[in-house]
Design a protein around this ligand. Sequence first.
Ligand SMILES: NC(=O)C1=CN([C@@H]2O[C@H](COP(=O)(O)OP(=O)(O)OC[C@H]3O[C@@H](n4cnc5c(N)ncnc54)[C@H](OP(=O)(O)O)[C@@H]3O)[C@@H](O)[C@H]2O)C=CC1
Ligand SMILES: Nc1nc(=O)c2c([nH]1)NC[C@@H]1CN(c3ccc(C(=O)N[C@@H](CCC(=O)O)C(=O)O)cc3)C=[N+]21
Ligand SMILES: [Mg+2]
Length: 279
Amino acid sequence: MIIDGKQVAAQVRAEVAAAVKELEARGRTPGLTVVRVGDDPASAVYVRGKRKACEEVGIRSVEHHLPATTSQAELLALVRQLNADPSVDGILVQLPLPKGLDESEILDAIDPGKDVDGFHPLNVGALCLGKPAPRPCTPHGVMRLLAEAGCDPKGKRALVIGRSHIVGKPMALMLLEKHATVTIAHSRTADLAAEVARADIVVAAIGKAEMIRGEWVKPGAVVIDVGMNRKPDGKLCGDVEYAAAAERAAAITPVPGGVGPMTIAMLLVNTVELARTRT
Ligand SMILES: NC(=O)C1=CN([C@@H]2O[C@H](COP(=O)(O)OP(=O)(O)OC[C@H]3O[C@@H](n4cnc5c(N)ncnc54)[C@H](OP(=O)(O)O)[C@@H]3O)[C@@H](O)[C@H]2O)C=CC1
Ligand SMILES: Nc1nc(=O)c2c([nH]1)NC[C@@H]1CN(c3ccc(C(=O)N[C@@H](CCC(=O)O)C(=O)O)cc3)C=[N+]21
Ligand SMILES: [Mg+2]
């Protein structure tokens, strides 16, 4: 079974569009502001996708594109200006920031009530404690894909490969919340193949083209590929050796068309939710 992220994302966008209409009937158009500093190529793809999705569902989207030479003080000033702007419901500062900028100081400065990414320490803490708060879009989207694929994590061995603040760590917390037995692997993991071979659910969030071999996958496992890598021929591919893994997996997400579209859809969900709570 191929888990069709494009299709699920379209369904989520339709739900969001209905919620936007409701808010609009109360005179409230949700607004998302994206801040991009410099020219990270992966970020450019993401920004285009977001703009299009916002248009489709009726969210007002504003983009600030600053040069790579922007100073910490200038970026902080912009964040504070957006915090104070009542037309802004969600603020997203595109990561990674260019070298020399202090990412954590910027994320801390975002109003936690406008933190669409769920990266502010207060919202990370809320996730950790199981309290309601905006949730990081990529792992949130993965949870929705698992649900759509009929995969209940309860009691399953889940392996998350990668421990970044934006994907791996929150992913592990969300799987734990759904009662999976969670393992987190990373660059110092001793025997990755053995960890994969044990897992009922594998979430790969590494950033290394096709490094998870299909033959490692346990027959009947559910494989979620978060990776977004570009091959020498320019094509996108994931962190999992797709064709070989698909032969063994019960269900698997493709790249593109898997997790990526869901990340954007969940960003819209978070924006509308923030607008609602601010109304
Ligand atoms: N589809 C989507 O919506 C999104 C896709 N992505 C993609 O997902 C991937 C991961 O992103 P992100 O979490 O930001 O990446 P990071 O680079 O921040 O984290 C990568 C993680 O992978 C681990 N890792 C690196 N090499 C190995 C290895 N050989 N074996 C096991 N673990 C390893 C690292 O371990 P250590 O901590 O020890 O260094 C680290 O924890 C990227 O391809 C990115 O483009 C990201 C966000 C959204
Ligand atoms: N503050 C912040 N939040 C993020 O969530 C964030 C970020 N910074 N920086 C960059 C990464 C990466 N990311 C992607 C989201 C969607 C696709 C996506 O839509 N991918 C399409 C492919 C598009 C294509 O064809 O090129 C797909 O997988 O089908 C990709 C990448 C979010 N990130
Ligand atoms: Mg994808």
